[in-house]
Design a protein around this ligand. Structure first.
Ligand code: CP
Ligand code: NVA
Length: 307
């Protein structure tokens, strides 16, 4: 297994499945009140350049749950904000902690940190990928649908970081994925081409939400303007209207389909209140599973890492 977790496409199906299976065990044990100490004496640094509620708290709670400790640092308030090079930051932090969990803008930032860090670097969201989120979402799909191999997944909306990570997940696991994105908002072309060439099942891209959603088992949406794209919010509101997931569109999925959203959600924009709060919604299971998958990730990458 790779030393750093930067994108899902870097891993095999067996490696990702092992992380999900371990998270399921940790979740079951947490419910039984079993306490863990395997990361006692270990520390991680969360280096975040964008806001976060779920990812920050679930990484922190996951680390504390395994007996470890956490140092949170806002990139803006660190010397990075005054221009200290990433390569120096990586080598300094690696002397203090056992893993660095990073939320930032460019994928090149996590790559540069990983290049210079002696300890694992975990991508907690970049503009290009959100691998830990999609890993916990796949855990949720497995819980709800019993399999990851043949489950049909749809992505409706912006071809953003989440869409890119779902594309990589589909190619690694081989489940069918249909994406519907407005013109000009397609996922990263290189990621899509590479994944399509590798995947045993179809990864399709259309501009028609009803075509993409037809008969699927899992429906995914996300905000129309991601962090860093706030100035485009108004323009996107107009361009994305027909991609709103409402009851009429959801009715075209399989009747047992689940609705997923990594959150935070904008009610009345990408999804209606009715769907978000409705019986098909699994959004809070997704949110909970982030903590268990993050614990599994930290356990694996820290205990597996050679310093
Ligand atoms: N889903 C997710 O990453 O949420 P946060 O931005 O709150 O971390
Ligand atoms: N695509 C969203 C995900 C937030 C968790 C963003 O990058 O803002």
């Amino acid at each position: 297994m790779k030393k750093h977790l930067l994108s899902l496409g870097d891993f095999t199906r067996e490696e990702l499945r092992a992380l999900i299976d371990r998270a399921l065990i940790l979740k079951a044990e947490a419910k039984q009140g079993i306490r863990h100490q395997q990361l006692a004496g270990r520390k991680i640094c969360l280096l975040f350049e964008k806001p976060s509620t779920r990812t920050r708290v679930s990484f922190e709670a996951g680390m504390y749950g395994l007996g470890g400790q956490v140092i949170f640092m806002s990139a803006k308030e660190s010397q990075l904000g005054r221009g200290e090079p990433l390569k120096d930051t990586a080598r300094v932090l690696a002397r203090y902690v056992d893993a660095i969990v990073v939320r930032t803008f460019g994928q090149d930032v996590v790559e540069e940190l990983a290049k210079y860090s002696d300890v694992p670097v975990i991508n907690a969201l970049t503009d290009l990928h959100h691998p830990c989120q999609v890993l916990s979402d796949m855990m949720t799909v497995l819980e709800k649908k019993g399999t990851l191999d043949t489950t049909k997944v749809a992505w409706i909306g912006d071809g953003n970081n989440m869409a890119n990570s779902w594309i990589e997940a589909a190619s690694v696991f081989g489940f069918p994925l249909s994406l519907a994105c407005p013109e000009g908002f397609a996922p990263n072309q290189e990621i899509l081409e590479k994944a399509t060439a590798k995947s045993p099942r179809a990864i399709s891209l259309t501009q028609s939400p009803s075509e993409a959603i037809k008969g699927v088992d899992v429906v995914n949406v996300d905000v129309w303007a991601s962090m860093g794209q706030e100035s485009e919010q108004e323009k996107r509101l107009g361009l994305f209207q027909k991609y709103q997931l409402n009851a009429a569109l959801m009715a075209e999925a399989d009747k047992e389909a689940i609705f997923m959203h990594c959150l935070p959600a904008h009610r009345g924009e990408e999804v209606t209140e009715e769907i978000l709060e409705g019986p098909q919604s699994v959004i809070f299971d997704q949110a909970e599973n982030k903590m268990h998958i993050h614990a599994a990730i930290l356990e694996h990458f820290i205990l597996g890492a050679k310093k």
